[in-house]
Design a protein. Structure first.
Length: 513
């Protein structure tokens, strides 16, 4: 072996061997700084998310992870061994739920600490795997393990399948039935997911009408719900008629209220047309009468809407320096920010302006805000969800942003809070256990320093959290954020993410598509 080659190999080894060691070493586990406690909250103000009222000077006793008593301050006993917490001047809220998240394999190092530190105790997972394990995406088995083994993660209240998108989402060499090209494929696909224990099948944007209808029929037969994107070839009324449980994202009525929606939907690839002039037409050719009727129809159905307004807000704010330099970005891994979020935001910034000079991204975002308010007033059932993990949508922090967006859209603070507590629990069929502060319910409780009914931004003023039978004071919650920050800047964690990202067949297929 010649000397230059020997030197080159030695230099490579100097870099590659340490990297390989970092990849082989186990990642740090999320510490649980909570203190097991039977807790008596003294003189606290309870927020009733059902009617938006405040019940002042209440004592709340939480034992064995449940609310065991509520009484007027000082009117009840103090059981032995109970930890007293002074709640005077503070406000008690049910734990918040984020109804649209995307967990990765490294969620315990990256997402979970941010979620819990922000009082997000429940999430609806809108990602999943197919029949093969995935290196990057959290599969149903991962989530079950997190829930059963450690108990220190948010409650995964519902689990989705991976997206179903006319086969475009299926990597080579995966079972053919995932492409859903025949009636038999669809039967096998629904059976597979039903047996895997997911709660819903995730519809996606390019699913053809006939496939959607067959999928809806088979899902109903096998007792599993549809929830996800509105396929571009399927009208809102067809989704309602099929019994889709929820529709995700803010563009729903932008398209549905468009005067030429029928012709647009009939295109061979409607999604590819969502540029320039079409966006201008969506703004200028809305049919208010049609829009009102559709909202009324949806309000009378059992179909919910999760607007995830931050999806459009990112595009609208991509040119805003303060938005792009949010201090909370320090809690997200460097690799995700630089490899995925920054390029995506740069593309949005470049494509924001039309030839007319108008910022169409911003105008569409503002129109979506207006439509969320209109839909809510019409009676459409709204869920608070963030699309956590998408560009500039931070786990935990993003839910507080989404609540503020819903208020900006026209919901009252009380109505916004209800969408992330009682309504989220109702949608999930878990309102007998969660969603309000009542005796017998699970004591997932958020203690705030200020009243969020007066200002929705006060949901960020967290004094403490009761969760899973433990109490987390401000110091404990800050330690969770510190752990997230350490992992976000850890070479080992970022290497793991990078390797897992490129090793994932599902992600590679999604990027290719």
């Amino acid at each position: 072996m010649n000397k230059p080659l020997t030197i080159t190999l030695a230099v490579l080894a100097m870099f590659l061997v340490p990297l390989a060691i970092l990849l082989l070493m186990p990642l740090p586990t999320l510490p649980d700084p909570g203190k097991p406690a039977q807790v008596l909250l003294r003189q606290v103000s309870l927020i009733d998310v059902q009617d938006g009222s405040v019940h002042k000077d209440q004592d709340v006793l939480a034992q064995n992870g449940r609310i065991s008593a509520i009484y007027a301050a000082g009117a009840g006993p103090k059981p032995a061994g109970v930890t007293e917490i002074d709640g005077q001047g503070k406000f008690l809220l049910p734990g918040l739920w984020d109804m649209h998240t995307h967990s990765t394999k490294l969620a315990p190092q990256t997402y979970h600490p941010q979620l819990l530190a922000n009082g997000v105790t429940g999430i609806r997972e809108m990602w999943g795997c197919m029949s093969e394990p995935d290196s990057f995406i959290a599969c149903a088995d991962d989530i079950r393990r997190w829930q059963q083994q450690s108990g220190f993660s948010p409650r995964y209240v519902q689990q989705s399948s991976f997206q179903i998108n006319d086969g475009l989402e299926v990597p080579p060499n995966y079972p053919e039935f995932f492409r859903a090209r025949t009636a038999d494929d669809i039967t096998q696909l629904v059976s597979f997911y039903a047996k895997s224990g997911v709660d819903s099948l995730k519809t996606y944007s390019q699913l053809p009408l006939i496939t959607y209808q067959l999928l809806a029929e088979e899902a109903q037969k096998q007792g599993i719900a549809l929830a996800g994107h509105q396929p571009m070839a399927v009208s809102l009324q067809q989704l309602i008629d099929a019994g889709q449980r929820s529709i995700e994202h803010p563009r729903l009525f932008l398209f549905e209220c468009y005067q030429d929606a029928v012709d647009f939907r009939a295109r061979s690839n409607p999604l590819s047309a969502f540029y320039g002039d079409l966006r201008l037409k969506l703004l200028e050719q809305q049919d208010p009468d049609k829009c009102g009727q559709l909202m009324d129809n949806m309000a009378q159905s059992n179909t919910w809407w999760t607007p995830t307004l931050q999806v459009l807000k990112m595009s609208a704010m991509a040119n805003d320096k303060a938005f792009r330099e949010d201090a909370n970005l320090t809690y997200m891994p460097y690799i995700l920010r630089q490899l995925m979020w920054e390029p995506d935001a740069d593309r949005s910034a470049k494509g924001a302006h039309h030839a007319s000079g108008r910022n169409l991204h911003n105008e569409l975002y503002l129109l979506a805000l207006k439509q969320v308010g209109q839909a809510h007033r019409a009676g459409v059932k709204i869920l608070a969800g963030t699309d956590a993990g998408d560009t500039y949508v931070l786990p935990g922090f993003g839910l507080h942003t989404e609540l503020a967006e819903l208020v900006k859209a026209g919901l009252t603070p009380a109505q916004a809070l209800k969408s992330a507590t009682l309504d989220a629990a109702r949608y999930s069929g878990l309102d007998s256990q969660y969603g309000t502060i009542e005796v017998g319910k699970v004591a997932d409780l958020l203690l705030l320093n200020a009243n969020p009914l007066e200002n929705i931004h006060h949901t960020t003023q967290i004094h403490g959290l009761l969760f899973n039978g433990k109490y987390y004071d401000r110091q404990a919650l800050d330690s969770l954020l510190q752990f997230a920050k350490q992992q976000a800047n850890s070479l080992q964690t970022n290497l793991h993410l990078l390797w897992r990202l490129f090793a994932s067949p599902l992600i590679r297929q999604q990027l290719a598509d």
